[in-house]
Design a protein around this ligand. Structure first.
Ligand code: MN
Length: 487
């Protein structure tokens, strides 16, 4: 279904682009030696440089450069061997230097793309650029009725700003773009992707136009939306707002708006500034960044497997259905857990256990998969016990529950509780003979043609054996014993 808004003047389409700021995972800030760790008490991680003291000079953190290049490779993008740092000048309390160091004219990463899934198949959303810049501090306005507080811990932390092309045509595509990007940076270990903690922040550019128009109409920017769901909501709201205004013959300004999740509205924040307003110029304290082919290729060689490659491998090598593969690779930790559990086991069965019982149990206890009381090797061993016929699938559920509670190995639980499947046919036959003898009236009915009653007998056998008889074997032996009673 193509996303369209119907108005009096015709069908409108969405034109949307995203600017995503990703906080770089690194020990220290991008131009100072202060810690980049999240969550410290206010103003504990501040170097003189971050606080804008005179006489301080920036030193580029090469780890941040490496993280940008990795992410650029994940975006299938061109890595620029030559890039330049610029000053973006503006005043705000949480920016003590009065300028932000960023890359306007020569970013470190050029054009690339992210592939998204739509109902009409896959689409490539173009990426315009990725540039390296520093974060500003945090202004806290809600701790005192008349004062604002400043926390400089975040001042100078490295950011990757990833700018998409205006290729997004529906809120769903925007959502998928963000999810794909988030999975990718998490796989690469370049950003933790936590939107609610602000380590991944999204600005949205929205405009609309009548289907068939080739020019872009003017756009509205929505700042700092902090969840995938809110991004999708904000886009849909803003697109409808603009269509209504056009249809009413009203004009609206090119401006920056804020999304209020509580009221579900966007509201005006300021008129949109443009690049000229910031008086960008190359930072005189930082030489241009020149990278060698060797340096770049060395990073490429050590790149971990990315979600898309992993997904294809799960389908082709492990024989998983597309659906299962898609779910399992969406999160790096889940993929790693599954791969360990599936080692030497039936991969499809392991996938079922991960996506079924394990996800349910983790959800119930609000645990991440890395905190699972059942280790991947243990889940693999459980599946092994089913495959080898030691326990039935039904008993396995009981064993799994016990594993989740106690962390014990499945074979230990099976032994302790005597849950092995009965495969001694002599014992099963004796059990069946007894059940038949106790229910001769029903046996007679079966002989008279009421075949459906066989199911009832299988139920009795399962009950008598507490589920430890393999149902296939039970059926087979039941037929044998019924034939004997007939003769
Ligand atoms: Mn930026």
């Amino acid at each position: 279904m193509t996303y369209r808004i119907t108005g009096k003047s015709g069908e409108w389409e969405l034109v949307c682009g995203l600017e995503v700021h990703c906080q770089i995972i690194s020990e220290s800030k991008v131009f100072s030696g202060a810690s980049a760790a999240f969550g410290a008490a206010p103003n504990q991680h501040v170097a003189f440089l971050d606080a804008g003291f005179p006489g301080q000079l920036p030193v580029l953190n090469i780890k941040c450069v490496e993280q940008c290049i990795k992410t650029g490779m994940g975006l299938n993008a061109k890595i620029n061997k030559h890039s330049v740092f610029d000053r973006k000048n503006y005043f705000y309390g949480d920016l003590p230097t009065g300028y932000q160091i960023t890359q306007l004219f020569y970013p470190i990463v050029g054009e690339g793309y992210i592939e998204v899934e739509t109902e009409d198949g896959k689409r490539k959303i173009g990426v315009e650029r990725l540039h390296l810049e520093q974060d500003a501090g945090k202004s806290i306005h809600d701790m005192h009725p008349t004062y604002s507080y400043l926390d400089f811990n975040r001042t100078g932390v490295g950011l990757m700003e990833i700018v998409s092309k205006p290729d997004i045509r529906s809120p769903e595509e925007a959502g998928d773009y963000l999810r794909k990007l988030r999975a990718m940076v998490r796989y690469l270990g370049t950003c933790d992707g936590n939107m609610d903690e602000g380590s991944m922040r999204c600005d949205i550019n929205v405009s609309v136009r009548l289907v068939g128009e080739t020019e872009f109409r003017h756009r509205v920017e929505i700042k700092n939306v902090n969840s995938v769901k809110f991004v999708m909501q904000a886009i849909d709201l803003e697109a409808h707002r603009q269509v209504e205004l056009y249809e009413a013959g009203e004009s609206f300004p090119q401006e920056t708006r804020l999304f209020d999740a509580a009221s579900g509205e966007t509201r005006s924040m300021r008129s949109k500034e443009n690049a000229l307003d910031y008086r960008y110029f190359p930072d005189p304290d930082l030489p241009p960044l020149e990278l060698t082919d060797e340096y770049i290729e060395n990073i490429r060689k050590n790149l971990p497997e990315l979600p898309e490659a992993k997904r294809l491998r799960f389908i082709e090598q492990l024989g998983l259905p597309e659906y299962d593969a898609g779910i399992l690779v969406a999160d790096r930790d889940t993929a790693a857990y599954f791969e360990k559990a599936a080692q030497g086991q039936d991969a499809k069965k392991v996938a079922n256990w991960v996506m079924g019982d394990l996800f349910a149990a983790l959800n119930k206890d609000c645990l991440a998969i890395t905190q699972s009381p059942v280790a991947p090797e243990q889940l693999g061993a459980l599946v092994g016990l089913i495959t080898q016929g030691v326990i039935s699938g039904k008993i396995a559920k009981e064993v799994f529950e016990e594993m989740f509670k106690t962390g014990k190995n499945p074979d230990v639980i099976v032994k302790e509780k005597g849950l092995e499947q009965v495969s001694d046919t002599g014992a099963i036959e004796a059990m069946i003979a007894q059940i038949l003898a106790d229910n001769m009236d029903k046996v007679a009915e079966i002989h008279a043609g009421k075949d459906k009653l066989k199911g009832w007998f299988v139920g009795q056998i399962m009950k008598a054996s507490q589920g430890k008889v393999n149902p296939g074997l039970a059926n087979q032996l039941l037929d044998k014993k019924l034939a004997e009673t007939k003769a």
